[in-house]
Design a protein around this ligand. Structure first.
Ligand SMILES: Cc1cc2nc3c(=O)[nH]c(=O)nc-3n(C[C@H](O)[C@H](O)[C@H](O)COP(=O)(O)O)c2cc1C
Length: 233
């Protein structure tokens, strides 16, 4: 039996990236910078799903788990994603709303780490987004009690067929136990990979007392209550 030697993996994206310098950050505020980086990611053809983000939660025993979700929008308040409100991640958040989310964009050699507190968005907003989704996805969301044990694939298909038969071809799909979360961030780190291992890491933080940490060398004043600092790679 052979073992995978991951250390010999050759990276396709070897070219040197521009050094990421503080003076080149136009607005010293992470939401604006996130939007700028996301815009660049969206324009990068090889990046097929730049809004796929790995979301970490902690369960009631203090054990972490993570999974990908799709980031659906970014506002001045924070980052929104949608999921089943009965899922394992939703149970984790109900018990402990502290979450972390990470995006990785290989062709750009960039990583963004977001830490914050998640809260459910208003149901009217969830419903508005649910209605925008293709009908098949709405039915799928209604059919699947996410994270529960099921006996087979067939079981799921039968539930879906039952819903379709009940609603008919044009019946409106009721909103399942499903909706959005807003992550209000307190820490966001932007990582720009370099080929020489001396990667760039700029971290923004906000919260009670952070502005008291501002000094002349390490912690800098940003906008909207944020501070920023460079971390060793
Ligand atoms: C790229 C990608 C995007 C996904 N997007 C979502 C999403 O937006 N919402 C969601 O509930 N699950 C999404 N999933 C499925 C989750 O990763 C996960 O399987 C599911 O939410 C159940 O997680 P849980 O049992 O930890 O709650 C996605 C999976 C992948 C691979």
């Amino acid at each position: 039996m052979s073992t995978a030697n991951l250390s010999s993996l050759r990276l396709k994206y070897r070219e040197k990236k521009e050094v990421f310098l503080e003076q080149n950050i136009k607005v010293k505020e992470p939401i604006a910078l996130f939007r700028e980086w996301m815009e660049q990611a969206l324009q990068t053809e090889e990046l097929l799903e730049p809004n796929a983000a790995c979301l970490a939660t902690v369960n009631k025993d203090g054990k972490p788990s993570n999974r990908f979700v799709l980031l659906k929008d970014v506002t001045d308040e924070g980052f929104r994603f949608f999921t089943n409100y009965g899922s394992n991640k939703a149970k984790d958040i109900a018990n402990n709303p502290n979450v972390a989310m990470t995006l990785y964009w290989l062709p750009l050699r960039r990583q963004i780490r977001i830490e914050g507190v998640a809260e459910k968005i208003p149901q009217t907003d969830s419903l508005a987004y649910f209605r925008q989704r293709p009908r098949a996805s709405q039915i799928g969301a209604l059919a699947s009690e996410q994270s529960t044990r099921i006996p087979s694939r067939e079981y799921l298909d039968d539930i879906e067929s039952g819903i379709k038969a009940k609603l008919g071809p044009n019946g409106q799909v009721p909103l399942p136990n499903w909706g959005g979360y807003l992550i209000r961030p307190h820490t966001i780190e932007f990582w720009q990979g370099q080929t020489d291992r001396l990667h760039d890491r700029i971290q923004f933080r906000r919260g009670p007392g952070v502005e008291k940490e501002i000094d002349e060398t390490l912690v800098h004043k940003g906008e909207n209550g944020w501070v920023y600092e460079r971390l060793a790679p």
